[in-house]
Write a protein that binds this ligand. Sequence first.
Ligand code: ATP
Length: 265
Amino acid sequence: METSSDVSATNALLAVRNVGVRFGGIVALDGVSFDIAPGQIVGLIGPNGAGKTTLFNCISRLYEVNSGDILYCGESILKMPVHRMSGIGIGRTFQNLALFSNLSVLDNIMIGGHSTGKSDYFSNALHLPWTRREERELRARAMEMLRFMALEETALQRIGGLPFGVQKRLEIARALLGRPKLLLMDEPAGGLNHNELSLLIETIRRIRDEFGTTVLLVEHHMGLVMAVSEKVVALNFGRKLAEGAPAEIQRHPDVIEAYLGTGKK
Ligand code: ATP
């Protein structure tokens, strides 16, 4: 498994090239570059305000990039119409759970799949044969993902009553429904207990090993990042501080300094 930063743009699944983002006078990202090889698990770390979520939002096209480029499978996603983004194979989980608490587990998962189906408002309303087939296929895929996350027994339960750790797993199941090539995970460990953390580490590895999905995770929980990542990219004040294998990053003086908060930029 490749862990170095020298993956060329043509081989990289995702290539972040000199990305800069400003919000008025705030420089949120300043010339950030790194590559992610297909099948790699990469951790993105940095103190609060370092620019991690901003970068995720750029890759999802929620934020405008002021300079640089982001290549996915060799193609600039910044040049794509935003509506194409849902069909290119980038899945995402959110820092704050984005679930519908009044709906069942299964419905929450299937909602994610409706946006990629071919049927429209009228064919759905008329219950035409192909919409019924699409619905059956979607339900089968949703159940497959629930089984993958060991959640099939909760399928018909309302989300509202389920423990937080279960809801976090459900969010992952939903993000996997479209079989993403690249999965962006925003603080997947947030709020989890010790046992749930071990399960999460195992799950991230299974997502890569069984589906071949490449994973980029933003995480404050260093134990998780270092256990699961093959490469870690460290940001501070919008700049890349360091990039390398977890053990290298853990002993990198600039990373240590950033986390100890000496105030030096
Ligand atoms: P955390 O770990 O606390 O989530 P982060 O590394 O994800 O932090 P970002 O949320 O990306 O950091 O923030 C980077 C900088 O950009 C911060 O100074 C933040 O205040 C600013 N920022 C982020 N989003 C916006 C926005 N929509 N409008 C204005 N400023 C923003």
